[in-house]
Structures are given as structure tokens and as C-alpha cells.
Design a protein around this ligand. Structure first.
Ligand code: C5P
Length: 232
């Protein structure tokens, strides 16, 4: 497992303080989502790489548009030098193929994941929109992503094992909604502890609020990393 820290703080300076407090860890992924990337843009990526060149960057913009527009965006994202980004699986197989074909023209490309079911959905609300249950749809979306050349999917920890069984063990699962030691779920519906994430063979647990709302985020991250290492 590789820890992915969500830098979702309300001010650029708060994100920087958090990243600086974690600068001595060479194995961390930093997740930049809507709030931080819209506010701080590519300068944030450059600053994070200055804080620690080993930080890997996951740009969580969940692309969803017509295939050509998604491929244009994917090309620009690759040029930013990030290590991973994501699209919505429900954009469909043609969009997936178009994105991957465009990225194949680059010398190096970031990892590409597809969002299956947002972890804030409960079963009823998900079914209402997608016309099938979370388990079924997450598996279908994962298969579609695998068949169209993506590197993995975003799901809750509870679908990770099924997804790997339906694709292959090396097909990556990145799972938000992790509450390492059972902390408050907030708006997340399908939350899992680190122990469950490990049992479910999650590759990237994504953790935001349980880290940045902790009075001592650096100590919390150390505790999370120690727990992850003990389980290996
Ligand atoms: O604070 P918390 O640990 O719930 O943060 C989870 C992060 O993962 C947030 O940045 C959220 O946008 C993101 N995310 C998610 N569910 C997805 C994809 C991304 O919660 N399916």
C-alpha cells in the first residue's frame, strides 16, 4: 500500500504547511483535487516537487466530457508532469480508448485511473442514478477500464478485492473514504479502516480529513505509515 494524502485545505499556505511537515517521507503521494488545483494551479505542483522531489502527485480532477475534449485535457495533464490522474468511468469505453491513445503519443505518461462509484454514494442514491447497485456497476466499470488500457480504478475499499478478481491483481485500486483508526466519516458513506483496506488489497488508501484535521498531522501520518508497514 502507498499512502495518498489529500491536500484539500482552504488556503494554499495551509496545504504547504502540511506538505512541509511531511517532507521527510519519500514514499508519499499528494492528491490535488478541485479546490487546491483550481485555486493554486500548476504552481502547486512545482512547489510540492521543491518540498520533496520524491513526492508523487495525483491530480484528482475526475475528467468527464466528450472523448476528444477528455483526450485534450489528458494531454495537458501529462505535460504538467504529474504521476497519476483520473477520469469518470461513466464517460465510457470510447472516451477511455481516446484518452489512452492520445497519451500513448507521449514519451512518458501518468497512471490513469477511472472513478467507479464515488465513496459518498450510498446504495439507494447510486442505484437511482446508475440503474444498478454499487458492487455490480463498480465491477462492470473496472472491467471496462481494464479492457481499455487504464491502470486501475477509484472505488471504495469494499470493492477492491472483487475488482482485482474481475481484472487482475496488478490492476490498481485507489480508495478514498479511509478512516485509518475509525475516525469520523464526514460525508463519506462507505468508509473503511486501514486494516480493512489491507485485507481488501487496496493499493492506494486516500486520506484527507483524518490527517489534516488532526491536531498533529505529521505524527498521524507516521502512525498510519507504521501501521501500514506492520501489515506488510
Ligand atoms: O477527507 P477525506 O479523507 O474523506 O478525503 C477523501 C478525498 O478523496 C477527497 O479529496 C475527495 O474529493 C476524494 N475522493 C472521494 N471519493 C472518490 C474520489 C475522490 O472521496 N470516489
Amino acid at each position: 500500500m502507498q499512502l495518498c494524502v489529500a491536500l484539500d485545505l482552504p488556503k494554499a499556505s495551509d496545504n504547504m504547511r502540511l506538505a512541509e511537515s511531511l517532507a521527510d517521507h519519500d514514499t508519499l503521494w499528494m492528491k490535488l483535487g478541485f479546490r487546491s488545483y483550481i485555486r493554486d494551479g500548476r504552481a502547486l505542483i512545482d512547489t510540492l516537487k521543491q518540498i520533496n522531489p520524491h513526492f508523487r502527485i495525483f491530480l484528482d480532477l475526475k475528467l468527464y466530457d466528450i472523448p476528444n475534449t477528455m483526450a485534450d485535457a489528458a494531454e495537458e495533464i501529462a505535460l504538467l508532469g504529474v504521476d497519476m490522474f483520473n477520469i469518470h468511468a461513466s464517460a465510457g469505453a470510447v472516451a477511455m480508448r481516446t484518452v489512452m491513445e492520445r497519451l500513448a503519443q507521449q514519451a512518458e505518461r501518468p497512471l490513469v485511473l477511472a472513478v467507479t462509484a464515488l465513496t459518498s454514494f450510498d446504495e439507494a442514491n447510486f442505484t437511482n442514478i446508475y440503474g444498478a447497485g454499487i458492487d455490480q456497476k463498480a465491477e462492470e466499470f473496472a472491467r471496462m477500464s481494464y479492457e481499455n488500457g487504464l491502470d486501475g480504478v477509484v472505488s471504495s475499499a469494499f470493492e477492491s478485492r472483487t475488482i482485482k478478481a474481475a481484472t487482475e491483481e496488478t490492476f490498481l485500486t485507489l480508495c478514498p473514504g479511509i478512516r485509518p483508526f475509525g475516525e469520523d466519516a464526514g460525508d463519506q458513506q462507505r468508509v473503511a479502516t486501514l486494516e480493512v483496506a489491507r485485507e481488501e488489497r487496496v493499493d492506494f488508501p486516500v486520506i484527507g480529513r483524518p490527517i489534516y484535521r488532526d491536531p498533529d498531522p505529521a505524527t498521524k501520518v507516521r502512525k498510519i505509515l507504521t501501521t501500514m508497514e506492520q501489515g506488510l
